[in-house]
Design a protein around this ligand. Structure first.
Ligand SMILES: [Mn+2]
Length: 372
C-alpha cells in the first residue's frame, strides 16, 4: 500500500510509537492496535482542512514523544501495554474518491484479519465508509455495531449529485448491509440537519439517535448504558466513530461544520474511556479535525486524548480480564502505590514517613538554592 511521506506534515508517529510498514506484517505482528492516517477531505460539504488532521493529532502532544503514556487513574500504559504502532498516512488521492476509499478499506480489512485494532486518524467523515466496510469484510456483514459520536447523523442520501461525501457514509454502510440499522447508535446529535425525509429513513432502519436534549435530560451515563446494551446485543464487536464536532465548538473549534451546544471535552473523554473498558472494540476512528480553523491546538489536543483515553480503556479491560479484577478508576491517585513499588525504594518501604521524606527534600532544595 502506498503511503504518503511528509506530504501532509512531518513524518512523525503518534506520540512517538514505533513505525510499522503495512507491506511487512512482521513490523506490526506484536502490536494490538495500529494507527492509520487517512488524510482525505474531499468529502467536506463546507470548510475543508481535515486532511491535515492526522498530522495535528500526531504532533500536538506537549509531552515527550516517547511512545509511552502511563494513565493516571487507570494505571495502565495504553501504548506500551497494548503495543501500538503507526503505519503512517495511507495515500488517498483527493480527486479519486472511490479508489481512495477502496485503498483505505483494504488496509482496514488487512489489519482486522491480522487481529489488530485499526485506529484511523481522519480525514473527514467520508472515511467511515471504508473503515466500517473493511471491518465488516472481516467480521461479517451485520456482525459489528457502531457507536457514533457526532453533531450530525451523516445519513444523507445524495449530495452534489454524489453518493460519496462526509454527510452520507452512515447511510451507505447501512444500505450495503455492513451494519444493521438497529445496531447503529448515534450520540450528540443537534442542530437543524438532517431533515424529515432522512429522519424517516433512519427510523425505518431502526437506528437510535440521542439528541442533546435527551442527553441533557437523562444524563450521558444513562444514555450510554442503554446504547452499549444495544451495541453488544448479538454482535461480535463494536466500532467507535468519533466526529470531533460532537464537542461544543467552544472546546473544539477546529472543524469544518461546527454546531453549537455540544458535549464538553471531559464528557467525551469519559465516554470513550468507558466504552473502551466495557465493550469489545474492534476499531475506531477520530475524524473532522481541521487544523486550519483550530485555535491554540485545542481541537487537535482533544482528539489526541480521545485516542489515548479509548486505548487506555481497552488496556484496562484486558488487564482486568487477565487478573480477574475490576479496577475502580476513582481510586485515590496515590493509594497503594508505595506498597506496590517493586523496587522497594519507596519511602515507607525504608521506614521513612512521607512527612519526614518531604522535609528532607525541602532542606536539600534550600541548600541547593543557597549554593547558587
Ligand atoms: Mn459531524
Amino acid at each position: 500500500m502506498t503511503r504518503y511521506g511528509a506530504m501532509y506534515g512531518p513524518d512523525v508517529t503518534f506520540t512517538g510509537v514505533p513505525r510499522c510498514d503495512l507491506a511487512d506484517p512482521a513490523s506490526f505482528a506484536d502490536a494490538s492496535a495500529v494507527i492509520v492516517g487517512a488524510p482525505y477531505d474531499s468529502g467536506t460539504s463546507y470548510r475543508s482542512g481535515a486532511r491535515m488532521g492526522p498530522m495535528a493529532l500526531r504532533i500536538c502532544d506537549y509531552s515527550e514523544h516517547t511512545g509511552s503514556r502511563p494513565h493516571l487513574s487507570l494505571r495502565v500504559d495504553p501504548l506500551l501495554d497494548l503495543g501500538v504502532v503507526d503505519a503512517g498516512d495511507i495515500e488517498m488521492a483527493p480527486t479519486e474518491t472511490v479508489r481512495a476509499l477502496g485503498d483505505l478499506q483494504s488496509v482496514i480489512h488487512q489489519l482486522a484479519a491480522a487481529g489488530k485494532i485499526p485506529v484511523v486518524l481522519g480525514g473527514d467523515h467520508t472515511v467511515a465508509m471504508a473503515d466500517i466496510s473493511g471491518l465488516a469484510e472481516h467480521f461479517g456483514y451485520g456482525r459489528i455495531s457502531v457507536v457514533h459520536f457526532d453533531a450530525h447523523a451523516d445519513t444523507g442520501d445524495i449530495q452534489f449529485g454524489s453518493l460519496y461525501g462526509h454527510g452520507l457514509p452512515m447511510r451507505r454502510v447501512i444500505e450495503s448491509g455492513a451494519v444493521r440499522g438497529d445496531r447503529f447508535l448515534q450520540i450528540g446529535l443537534r442542530g437543524y440537519w438532517p431533515e424529515p425525509p432522512e429522519l424517516l429513513w433512519m427510523a425505518q432502519r431502526g437506528m437510535r439517535g440521542y439528541e442533546m436534549a435527551e442527553i441533557q435530560r437523562r444524563g450521558l451515563d444513562a444514555v450510554l448504558t442503554e446504547a452499549l446494551a444495544i451495541a453488544v446485543d448479538d454482535t461480535d464487536g463494536v466500532f467507535l466513530s468519533v466526529d470531533i464536532d460532537v464537542v461544543d465548538p467552544g472546546m473544539a473549534p477546529g472543524t469544518g461544520t461546527p454546531e453549537p451546544g455540544g458535549l464538553t471535552g471531559r464528557e467525551l473523554l469519559d465516554a470513550v474511556r468507558r466504552i473502551g473498558r466495557e465493550v469489545n472494540l474492534v476499531g475506531m476512528e477520530i475524524v473532522e479535525v481541521a487544523p486550519p480553523y483550530d485555535h491554540a491546538d485545542l481541537t487537535a489536543m482533544l482528539a489526541n486524548r480521545v485516542v489515548l483515553e479509548t486505548l487506555s480503556g481497552i488496556a484496562r479491560r484486558r488487564a482486568d480480564a487477565a487478573a480477574g479484577t475490576s479496577w475502580d478508576e476513582s481510586t485515590p491517585l496515590l493509594a497503594g502505590r508505595v506498597a506496590a513499588d517493586p523496587s522497594g525504594n519507596g519511602a515507607a518501604a525504608e521506614g521513612v514517613g512521607i512527612a519526614e521524606a518531604t522535609a528532607e527534600l525541602v532542606a536539600e532544595t534550600r541548600d541547593h538554592e543557597r549554593a547558587l
